[in-house]
Write a protein of this length. Structure first.
Length: 174
């Protein structure tokens, strides 16, 4: 059975979108996803499902819409996709917690990096449905302006690695 990683947008960020991970796990189990495991409080969940990626994404987004009153946005990736994202991460000089991967619902447009304002030396690279951004001073202090990031949800490389490891372990357990 395929293993998926769901990355939720705007969950447990600021004062909105509060969702305890135990509740996220229960929602996923209620959708009949198997082996559900969450990771940290920012809306990351790993699970198995015989359904397609598109079906899983739609069902989870709809279930979360019932809780929040609107769809928060769910990005689904397979274990293999996450592993590739980790392996192909650019900017080898970047600290993993200063390299963020923004997961997008579809491939970034060819002009995604046009008009990027990077006053603090930020670097960005588009790779399909992801945009990697190195924030030399950290993302919290950065004044980066890149409109293409608005459509997705970001995780630092440490988190992406951990999610890939969790998915691989789940896949290995069968």
């Amino acid at each position: 059975m395929p293993v998926y990683v769901a990355l939720l947008c705007a969950v447990n960020v600021g004062a909105t979108g509060r969702l305890p991970m135990a509740e996220l796990k229960a929602i996923c189990e209620g959708l009949n996803f198997s082996n559900v495991e969450t990771y940290i409080q920012s809306g990351n969940v790993v699970f198995s499902s015989a359904e397609t990626e598109a079906t899983v994404e739609r069902r989870l987004d709809e279930a979360l819409a019932k809780k929040f009153g609107k769809k928060p946005g769910v990005m689904i990736r397979s274990r293999k996709e996450l592993q590739k994202i980790v392996e192909e991460a650019p900017f080898p000089h970047a600290k993993p917690n200063f390299l963020l991967v923004t997961f997008l619902p579809e491939a970034a447009p060819k002009n995604a990096l046009d008009n990027m304002a990077a006053p603090d030396g930020e670097e960005a690279k588009v790779a399909g449905r992801e945009i990697y951004v190195h924030y030399p001073i950290g993302s919290g202090k950065s004044k980066l302006k890149l409109k293409a990031l608005n459509a997705g949800t970001s995780r630092n490389l440490n988190t992406v690695r951990k999610l890939a490891e969790m998915a691989a372990a789940m896949e290995d357990r069968g």
